[in-house]
Write a protein that binds this ligand. Structure first.
Ligand code: C5J
Length: 265
């Protein structure tokens, strides 16, 4: 199924494609969080929330793979390189007490994912110590176990963790599509040029599209793939109820987040 994208249409294979939502964490996005404390305008990031909510609902309704990531470190900071800890001139550093708990430390309030996009129990959450989601994580194994070859990537920030992850994925053989209205940066110019770089030279790192094109494709796919079963069901799945008990019942996922085969409608 072709999706309108730049530099040319993306050949979307839903059952081989995961939605990868990068670092939609409270400390980066919420007023009063660490990001704002550093002087950033969080409204620049918050504009991506609503398009992500819609895309996630459609992805869940289509019963396709969703994976979330969070940037952060172990409480004892043994996974934090000195170079990352010491970089910059901030008064506050990773591990210090911030406005929503210890900064970028796993288990703290600010480290968690915003409530609007909170993961469901069958959706793996990859905790990453670096900017890229493949560095020092089992993301590559998780994707291979699930037969995933393509990634639709959303989240924050465009030029840092989104871009780094897409470049890592590209070098590992994944086709990546970044959803322009579902990624954001505190710096609009960096956002713009990251997307330009991604799609330059015939899509050197991947494709760029908009959520409306994905939503159209997901609706079509859901109707074609799940329509027949839904017609026979007592209650048809909708974006409102998918992802709750109905969605979980159709996926076999173990406690490591590995699931078997393609989703069954
Ligand atoms: C992310 C950052 N998630 N900007 N982190 O992009 O430090």
């Amino acid at each position: 199924m072709n999706i309108a994208a730049e530099p040319y249409p993306f050949d979307f294979v839903p059952e081989r494609c995961a939605l990868l939502i990068i670092d939609m964490q409270r400390d980066f996005l919420e007023p009063g969080g660490f990001g704002e404390m550093l002087g950033n305008d969080v409204s620049q990031l918050r504009r991506a929330i609503e398009p992500n909510v819609k895309l996630l609902a459609a992805w869940r309704a289509a019963k396709l793979r969703v994976i979330h990531t969070r940037e952060g470190h172990l409480p004892d900071l043994t996974d934090l390189h000195a170079s990352k800890k010491n970089r910059g001139s901030h008064a506050m550093r990773i591990g210090d007490e911030g406005p929503m708990g210890r900064i970028l430390v796993r288990g703290e309030e600010g480290h968690d994912i915003i409530p609007e996009l909170y993961p469901q129990k069958e959706e793996p959450v990859v905790d990453k110590p670096g900017k890229g989601a493949f560095h020092a994580t089992d993301l590559h194994d998780l994707l291979k176990h699930n037969g995933i070859h393509q990634l639709v990537v959303t989240g924050v920030t465009t030029e840092v963790c989104v871009s780094t992850t897409v470049r890592e994925a590209n070098d590992r053989g994944y086709d990546c599509l970044i959803v322009e209205d579902c990624v954001a940066s505190y710096f609009p110019e960096f956002h713009k040029w990251s997307l330009e770089m991604t799609k330059a030279q015939g899509g050197i790192f991947g494709w760029v599209s908009e959520s409306r094109h994905l939503l159209g494709a997901l609706e079509k796919w859901s109707a074609e793939t799940c329509g027949a079963n839904a017609d026979n069901a007592d209650t048809a799945d909708t974006a409102d109820n998918a992802g709750s008990a109905g969605n979980a019942a159709n996926m076999t996922v173990n406690e490591k987040g590995e699931s078997s085969g393609a989703p069954i409608c």
